[in-house]
Design a protein around this ligand. Structure first.
Ligand SMILES: [Zn+2]
Ligand SMILES: [Zn+2]
Ligand SMILES: [Zn+2]
Length: 322
């Protein structure tokens, strides 16, 4: 009996996941992408990937599909009357129990897709078509790799194989769009680089095409424009996993610091070694060891002989008792 329940459920879960991904692509691939097609496209794509993840967990053990494993019950599974595992636990269980590792750039893609999904649910749509094409191409490529690696054994049935084939066909259009777009912007991007602009990953389309050069940051790939302050904190949250929310709530590290050069709070520690620090406003960058933390105010300043920043030094001179 238990085996039977399991088989029926498996059929629904996997095939459903593939079907949702295909529907997502069909909606997002429409020639005239209206709000409705966008909304259902993003919702279906995100749902499809979540179902594929769940299918992998189910193959580990069906009880892992319950948010609370203590309440796992075959009958509840069969009639769908249970609280199913939330996305965060789902990803944790995949990693910790099923030993499925998802690379950092892949989980960034999935997170971006889920962010777009949450916005779509509330009708806040700010995406450009290019950003949608790009994130879709990356998310579906990831899903196909995941299926190949984690779900191709035992053999898929005909229906599953057919749907998978349709997904692959649709994906080609999205990938072609991305390639074409890169062909178009490549030489312009090169020009900006020659003019000393720094290029970083885009928080909207995930392509490395955002120009930081002291003017308004903009993405050449998806044409999104950003306010330096917003981009700095979104960028830190997206690519470094450091958010304002955690900073305020748990006292974690601050995603943005005050720039020693322009004094805006748009400085982000974007990487290790070369160009360790980058200001998203004035485009000044510093390498590792160039900046130090002021022992009085905690702001970063350009390292010299001192242990405090100019600002605190001047205050100290004016009033030694401060
Ligand atoms: Zn972009
Ligand atoms: Zn600056
Ligand atoms: Zn200071």
């Amino acid at each position: 009996m238990k085996g039977k329940v399991n088989t029926e459920f498996s059929y629904e879960l996997f095939e459903n996941g593939l079907d949702f991904i295909l529907s997502g692509l069909e909606n997002l691939g429409k020639k005239q992408l209206d709000k409705r097609a966008y909304k259902f496209g993003i919702l279906h794509l995100a749902a499809g990937i979540e179902l594929i993840f769940k299918e992998r967990l189910r193959r580990e053990h069906w009880s892992l599909l319950f948010e609370n494993i203590d309440k796992a019950h075959a009958a509840a599974l069969a009639n769908g009357d249970f609280k199913s595992v939330g996305f965060e636990s789902l990803v944790n269980r995949l990693a910790n129990i099923a030993k499925v590792c998802i690379a950092k750039n892949e989980s960034q893609t999935i997170n971006e897709l889920r962010k777009k999904r949450n916005k779509a649910q509330h009708f806040q749509i700010t995406d450009t078509p290019a950003a949608i094409e790009s994130v879709t191409a990356q998310a579906v490529s990831f899903a196909l790799d995941f299926i190949k690696k984690e779900l191709s054994q035992p053999k898929m049935n005909k229906q599953e194989l057919d749907t998978l084939e349709k997904i692959k066909n649709k994906l080609t259009d999205f990938k072609a769009f991305v390639d074409n777009r890169w062909n178009k912007i490549q030489s312009l991007l090169q020009k900006y680089k020659e003019d000393k602009a720094i290029v970083v990953d885009c928080v909207q389309c995930l392509q490395k095409a955002v120009i930081i050069n002291g003017e308004h940051p903009k993405c050449l790939f998806c044409n999104s424009e950003f306010k330096p302050l917003n981009l700095a904190s979104d960028w830190a949250s997206q690519f470094l996993g450091i958010s304002d929310y955690d900073h305020i709530k748990d006292g974690g590290p601050s995603p943005t610091m005050i720039c020693p050069s322009c004094k805006e709070e748009t400085l982000v520690e974007i990487g290790k070694h070369k160009a360790q620090w980058l200001c998203f406003n004035c485009a000044t960058s510093w390498e590792s060891g160039d900046l130090d933390t002021c022992t009085i105010c905690g702001n970063l300043f350009e390292m010299e002989e001192m242990t405090v920043c100019d600002n605190c030094f001047d205050k100290k001179i004016a009033d030694p008792n401060t």
